[in-house]
Design a protein around this ligand. Structure first.
Ligand SMILES: Cc1ncc(CO)c(N)n1
Length: 228
């Protein structure tokens, strides 16, 4: 079994829990509250900013041009394409996208970002691929399953969101897996174990991110401070 197949199997209960999470099932039913969509977009805007910075760290650890190109393409994808699913949520919530940018990061998003930053700072290319992979992989699977289960038509409020993640031949997940498998094959058992743990923790944080949006999670005590 390839390394990517092994870690996907180890994380399978988390993938299942994510698909069954009320936010994801709320996308399926089209019955999420505006506040939940707004909270998601505010947090995901900041999360994707952090994600692009980590791609920058990844590039700083690349020696091959092909790897640099892969991360470069991914930064463009986040900047130019991943605004479409956000716009779908904003449209349904009835709030302009521009009003949902620059907010403080909520606890679970904060912890997820710090987890990725630490792995990226301390690790090598394999650690970075492992910690980032659940982001494209869980969304790709959510999109595919929603496409099959809901079979949405254009009248579904989240048709664009489901179509965006579900109707892609997901080159990024497979490119990350291929490269991660190459690195894992040349790694020590201890390094493989560390990469597996990075991957599994990011899957857990993906679940927590949905839960944060669903429950409108915030810091326990409200202060006037706006920066983290
Ligand atoms: C938290 C999170 N995970 C994954 C994706 C998909 O890129 C996203 N936009 N946000």
């Amino acid at each position: 079994m390839s390394f990517s197949a092994e870690i996907r199997q180890a994380a399978d209960p988390v993938f299942e829990a994510i698909y069954n999470h009320p936010f994801v099932q709320g996308i399926a039913r089209g019955d999420l509250q505006s506040e939940q969509l707004v909270h998601y977009v505010k947090q995901d805007f900041e999360y994707l900013n952090a994600f692009m910075r980590i791609y920058g760290t990844a590039i700083s650890k690349c020696s091959r041009r092909e790897d640099m190109d892969m991360f470069n393409q991914q930064i463009s994808f986040v900047l130019n394409s991943e605004v479409h699913p956000h716009n779908n949520f904003c449209h349904v919530a009835g709030v302009p996208y521009e009003q949902l940018q620059g907010y403080p990061v909520a606890p679970s998003a904060h912890n997820y970002i710090r987890h990725m930053l630490t792995a990226a700072q301390e690790g090598d290319l394999g650690d970075i691929l492992a910690v980032l992979l659940p982001c494209p992989w869980t969304y790709w699977e959510i999109g595919k399953r929603l496409m099959e289960d809901v079979k949405p038509d254009v009248s579904h409020p989240f048709y664009d969101w489901i179509d965006f993640y579900g109707n892609r031949t997901d080159t990024i997940t497979s490119r990350f897996c291929t490269r991660l498998d190459e690195i894992a094959a040349a790694s020590t058992p201890a390094h493989r174990e560390r990469m597996k743990q990075h991957f599994i923790l990011s899957c857990q944080f993906e679940y927590m991110f949905w839960d944060m949006a669903y429950t409108l999670e915030d810091w326990p005590v409200q202060l006037e401070v706006t920066s983290v």
